[in-house]
Design a protein around this ligand. Sequence first.
Ligand code: SMG
Ligand code: MG
Length: 370
Amino acid sequence: MRIEQVELVRVAMPLVRPFRTSFGVQETRDVLLVHVVTDMGDGWGECASHAEPFYNEEFTESAVMVLRRWLVPAVMALSDPTGDAVAGACKQVKGYRAAKAGLEMAVLDAELRAIGRSFAEHLGGTRTAIDVGVSVGITPTIDELVEQVRGYVSDGYRRVKLKVMPGWDAEPLRAVRSAFPDLPLQVDANAGYEPADVGTVAALDEFDLLMIEQPYPPDELQAHAALAARMHTPICLDESILSVGHAMTALDAGACSIVNIKVGRVGGVLESVRIHDACRERGVPVWCGGMLETGVGRAANVALASLPGFTFAADISASDRYWRRDITEPFQLVGSTIAVPGGPGLGVTVDLSTLNDLGATFETQVDLLR
Ligand code: SMG
Ligand code: MG
């Protein structure tokens, strides 16, 4: 395969409702797509960075700069570009895992489309549909939270994740738990607590949660381990886990017993599979997180979540939970599941006219080395 052109596509996509977490509110998604054109066909990928460096250090503008200046030229210089070769070509650049993940996804999509193989098949997926849940943001009032949860439950979602933060934890949880006594519930703090808040966090045990996700800052492995020893509720790490090495270190330290895998946070679908495999070998359950992706990134997430070790419901909701109009055919909820695309590559088609209607910008990258 020969890469003829790489295009960086940016589009501002308004969310159907604002999504508030401990680190801020998202109203519009600053979407960055990578489009590769090869002699064997096209491929698409999504960089799951956010507009601001609030979830982690990376932000979309920085991802664009790094792609433009280093990552795209490095991949265009490969004599035999394949999905497998992207991470190695990008290794000299530290961090920028969402940028790398988007580029790897696009090259792998082109490669798999050319041979008629789906992402799920290539990654080792074993399911044709995956269990999904919905992640519900912080709302202006507790009544609004209960109403939002009611709406999602009536849509069919059978697992709900609530965002929590200091000052928004036991009270909203009590209201949701009393309205839905049997609903599988979990919470995510996005690193909003400090180890000194251990008492507040440990008190969440009373709500019969599936897990608590990332209570403390990413580097606080020991504090997470101390919390895990004190709570019945399992601890899951998200922001702390950047690679298979991080996952094994966190597990060895007793900092978590469940791992959230996000393609953009760990540098791509292939590192995601390595984390899945290593966790599975240790009997540690994993699940697929989300970053409010469009249909492009969602397709990769759904394929990944079809692997056998993904035993908790994914943060991969149907397209209409995010967008009035997605840029691919929408993912639909069937019961509390989403079907795994079976077509070549990501198995979805990017709708250029929707991208144009949304005011997308297209920037062609020049091969600096050619
Ligand atoms: O894609 O449905 C989704 C969002 C899931 O809560 C979600 N993601 O920390 O897990 C997480 C957050 C990160 C994004 S918050 C804007
Ligand atoms: Mg999280």
